[in-house]
Design a protein around this ligand. Sequence first.
Ligand SMILES: Cc1ncc(COP(=O)(O)OP(=O)(O)O)c(N)n1
Ligand SMILES: Cc1nc(C(=O)O)sc1CCOP(=O)(O)O
Ligand SMILES: [Mg+2]
Length: 217
Amino acid sequence: MNREQLQLYFIMGSQNVEEHDPIVVLEEALRGGITLFQFREKGENALTGEDKINFAKACKALCKKYNVPFIINDDVNLAIALDADGVHVGQDDANAIAIREKIGLDKILGVSTHSLTEVTAAINAGADYVGIGPVYATTSKSDANSPAGTILIEQTAATYPSLPIVGIGGITIDNCQTVIRAGADGVSLISAIATHEEPFVATRQLLHVLQQVAKIS
Ligand SMILES: Cc1ncc(COP(=O)(O)OP(=O)(O)O)c(N)n1
Ligand SMILES: Cc1nc(C(=O)O)sc1CCOP(=O)(O)O
Ligand SMILES: [Mg+2]
């Protein structure tokens, strides 16, 4: 994958959206310039069965319209069935080596990591990028670890300079530059866009701030 695709990586499920229609939120985010999208239909109030599949199809079609890769969280079978652009899995999900074998080399594989040992294992499994977090406290994932700051991002960037890295967890317009300065290629976030009253405006502002830090470094 191209590491610039990680710059503004939006994650959303219908359960993350408060006021608007989630499809409208996604289209606003795409119009605003998100560089990657992860479909994460999970947790309390999440859709299941046919409703989940139909919502995923609608999200995929929108991503295609804006030429933004469509990644599915956890559900490898759904990713294969919908011919998604990739899959993201964590340490408690299906084994990353088995997933790489299942999806083939042309699809994007992202793996969540919480230590340098897990980062090394993710590389060996054929991960295209690693997600590192939670950098800050998050309310969007009920089983998230304690906030870890940017130390692992710094260590990973120093140890594996060519590995694409995305920071996640509690990232907002006010702290996203710190995550990039630590060595991440981009930021992955839910609430900073999904619960903003104007998702298009939130996306434009985030992108502007991220482009500023990219210019400086
Ligand atoms: C980009 C990115 N990074 C980390 C995660 C978290 O994955 P995981 O630990 O498997 O937790 P769930 O999201 O499945 O609850 C992610 N989804 N995306
Ligand atoms: C999906 C997810 N994974 C995390 C991890 O630490 O692996 S934190 C998280 C939720 C991110 O949402 P928000 O931007 O609203 O904090
Ligand atoms: Mg997972």
